[in-house]
Design a protein around this ligand. Sequence first.
Ligand code: FAD
Length: 518
Amino acid sequence: MHFLRNLIILFLICIAIKINLCVPTIPSSLKTLPIDGHFDFKQVHHAAKDFGNRYSFLPSAVLHPKSASDIATTVKHIWEMGPGSHLTVAARGHGHSLQGQAQAHRGVVINMESLQGPKMKVHTGNFPYVDVSGSELWINILHETLKHGLAPKSWTDYLHLTVGGTLSNAGISGQAFRHGPQISNVRQLEVVTGKGEVVNCSEKQNSDLFYSVLGGLGQFGIITRARISLEPAPKMVKWIRVLYTDFATFAKDQEMLISGESTFDYIEGFVIINRTGLLNNWRSSFNSNDSAQTSHFKSDGRTLFCLELAKYFNPEEMAIVNQEIMTSLSQLNHIPSTLFQSQVPYIEFLDRVHISEIKLRSKGLWEVPHPWLNLLIPRSNIHIFAQQVFGNILTNTSNGPILIYPVNKSKWDNRTSVVLPEEDVFYLVAFLSSAAPSSTGSDGLEHILNQNKRILELCEIDGLGVKQYLPHYSTNGEWRSHFGPQWEAFVHRKSTYDPLAILAPGQRIFQKAAPLSL
Ligand code: FAD
């Protein structure tokens, strides 16, 4: 009896030791690292939150770096601790991830926003560019470059995101059909790899690292600096919306527009399901010049498709631009009475979502759960997808904007890590839902997650060749199938630049120190 009891105690001790070995304890050595910034071991809760508001993993420490060298020193130290330490490192840009991607359970989160690299520097000339910190917000880049009459070419819809955060994914908006995503508009990067080395890379120098990091989900290095291409910035924007009842006509017009050379500078679209607030939604501040016409238009409960266009111009070009717009619009087949136009300063157009953010924050509706689903859908299957999703799954209501617009794959560089559908034209479809806190109804989290699941199942069962954008998976098998034929190259890159899998643990692709399997 005694023997049995001792055996059980011994067994429990062994389990306890094993658990203890697996739990990373923050080594006191971190406290003695020679850095200019500092570690915080107490105020770490902020680093366990993100925009998605659904996942929360507490780190053991937050590094507030002052320089790239602080980041390199920390990562190198953890790399040198070897596989036994289980410590991981997540760069946190502006924390606008959806499922904990910028978090590190019991690891170290790097608060990139405290980085104080060299000041942002704009270079004018024939091929202008700006050198920025990886932690810079796009809105600040816009303000700074505009002082020189310049601006980046490719954007996201929302500018309060960091350079490192969007370049780790792609950075897609209505300019992508012409200029490609943000990752197609970067000339050079400075990166801290998973071994703590600071490496400069570009198309010509350390090119494999350069392309690995672009769209690399933070797996290969932490972006500390970036060189971004610029173009002359316009002063004003003509902002236009037209409506369709028929998806096929809407998509045909979108595809025609993205294939043309001199049409618009920005092309997006969105779906309106059973809504009376027809032309507006939280992601924009569009005010039609003709508000009487807007208020008279009734959707009668129909699902509508809104094509959203923008044309950049300077005041002295007004007459010619108006003429060009009229010519382009005359080729469209929208509902004739639904042409809504507005004219706004360029900066107001680009920063349009922020205006809505301020409104939502004031009503306490910004920091709610965001069960977003972003998909890239090959053009040949977009009609089946739309028919099933807008005809069957989302018939009565939606819980936020649903964006839908095509882009040209030829504008994407196939050497980057981003995963795309096979075809030359594919659609971004973004279900940007907000869940009403603690609701069990159709605006509640469970309901929306269930709808997302049905949409993903549809893509799977019908074999639509869809890829997730801002991907999120739980199992190794799902990641493999997401990467498909690119998986082998992705694993190879990981084993080259971050062999212990220290970086970006919140993506849950690799496990720290576990052998990388093909
Ligand atoms: P974080 O959430 O802080 O980090 C995201 C990932 O990148 C994490 O894995 C993190 O570890 C890694 N990371 C962060 N910084 C670095 C770095 N310096 N080096 C390497 N890895 C790093 N995306 C679009 O493409 N188009 C849009 O129009 C668009 N609109 C959006 C609107 C809103 C309101 C929100 C909340 C998001 C939107 N996004 C859009 C998605 C957005 O681009 C991504 O969520 C992006 O990662 C957020 O940037 P962040 O700075 O908050 O990154």
